[in-house]
Design a protein around this ligand. Structure first.
Ligand SMILES: Cc1ncc(COP(=O)(O)O)c(C=O)c1O
Length: 395
């Protein structure tokens, strides 16, 4: 019998729809970025614990804007390397390449699916501008050693928290440690605005740049009047309304996205605590002989349940997939973003000179790693039934 377990369920609620209805029931309706966007940014900053946030139309856009900011701030052109994980979303690496930097790849740990910190430290060179950490699938990727070393070496830490809203390190939310952090509000994540993302920072200059880069590179978006006046005086032959400072695009979101975000934010902590409870139950019940169990769960906040098979046998893996399909349990192979990025066609130019054998853990995830859904309306009885199925597969 099928049990039907999707990756995500009811993430957009009736209450969100009602919040949208409220704002569309007014005269002279204008739904482009305005006061609700500002309000959502303010409330999100407060929830996260940062000074500034910029609401954009996706997590990928947040990644792109972030790397464009690094490019603008990077006066020392000799620093052109960004250390990235091999297990992440494509945008984390394409944003690096598209902004003219060289990605330096690092293997991951099974414990937290994030970059191996010792390898990060080994790969730091005179050319390293930043470490672009992905906190994968709800786990914290930071430790004291990394933070201390980056501080000492004056290397930027950038955090991608697109998959880990509410997760913590040392009791402090992820996304508050780096110079810049990114969030995604795609439907599948902890909080959704249908599509959407956020660029967060405590640095005023970074914030101003994020606003400019979100909106065509326009000076008038900076929010800093004295800076704007200075530039206007410098370019007197340009229309003050149309001064484009940097090459970029339009990454704005809308008032509709913002009211959904504001409404969703009210439920986020509660939903995350249900997800954490679900996660613990999955982990307690799953068979450690067949599946990896030693996750580092301190401060975790998982929107999914990761499954790493212990077997390295492709036939057994295929049997695992067949059983899940038969039972209607939706899954994704390769955990976050389709597994080992070095195997993806878009990275051919960079990966052909690398020895894939040096990236063993990510390669195991690539072939034998999965995730299934973990959402707030998931019931205890269903988790028990799902794990029963998993534990009875002959792998
Ligand atoms: C780690 C990570 N970064 C960035 C993104 C991109 O976010 P979006 O889908 O909102 O563009 C995702 C998407 O799921 C992601 O998992």
């Amino acid at each position: 019998m099928k049990i039907n377990h999707p990756l995500m369920k009811n993430n957009f609620t009736r209450s969100d729809m009602n919040a949208v209805k409220k704002i569309i029931n007014v005269k002279n309706l204008i739904l482009t970025q305005s006061k609700n966007v500002r309000q959502f940014e303010k409330k999100w900053s407060k929830w996260l614990g940062v000074k500034y946030s910029t609401f954009v139309n996706s997590g990928s856009s947040a990644n792109f804007i972030t790397l464009s900011i690094l490019k603008i701030l990077n006066k020392n052109k000799k620093k052109n390397e960004i250390i990235v994980p091999t297990l992440t979303w494509i945008a984390d690496i394409s944003s690096v390449i598209m902004n003219g930097f060289k990605p330096i790849f690092v293997d991951i740990n099974f414990e937290n699916l994030s970059m191996n910190v010792d390898q990060v430290l080994k790969k730091i060179s005179k050319k390293t501008l930043a470490v672009f950490m992905t906190h994968a699938q709800g786990f914290n990727g930071l430790n004291e050693k990394l933070i201390k070393n980056l501080k000492r070496k004056k290397i930027h830490l950038i955090e991608d928290v697109c998959e880990s809203h509410g997760a913590k390190f040392a009791n402090k939310k992820l996304g508050t440690f780096g110079l810049i952090s990114n969030f995604s509000f795609y439907y599948a994540h902890h909080l959704t605005t249908i599509e959407g993302g956020m660029v967060c920072t405590n640095n005023k200059r970074v914030y101003e740049l994020s606003r400019i880069l979100r909106s065509h590179g326009m000076l008038r978006e900076s929010g800093n009047k004295s800076f704007e006046n200075k530039i206007k005086n410098k370019y007197r032959n340009l229309s003050p309304q149309f001064i484009f400072l940097y090459p970029t695009f339009n990454f704005r979101n809308t008032e509709i996205g913002a009211v959904i975000g504001l409404n969703q934010l009210k439920q986020l902590n509660k939903n995350n605590s249900i997800r954490s409870k679900n996660f613990k139950l999955f982990l307690k019940l799953i068979d450690g002989k067949k599946y990896w169990k030693n996750f580092d769960i301190e401060g975790n906040s998982n929107y999914a349940f990761p499954i790493i098979l212990r077997t390295k046998n492709i036939k057994k893996r295929d049997l695992f997939e067949k059983k899940l399909k038969e039972k209607g349990i939706e899954f994704r192979r390769g955990n976050a973003g389709g597994g080992n990025q070095l195997r993806q066609p878009y990275l051919k130019k960079f990966s052909k000179s690398l020895n894939l054998k040096k990236y063993k853990n990510v390669d195991h995830i690539h072939f034998f790693g999965y995730y299934i859904g973990n959402y707030p309306v998931l019931k205890k009885t269903k988790i028990i039934a799902i794990v029963n199925i998993l534990n009875n597969i002959k792998i």
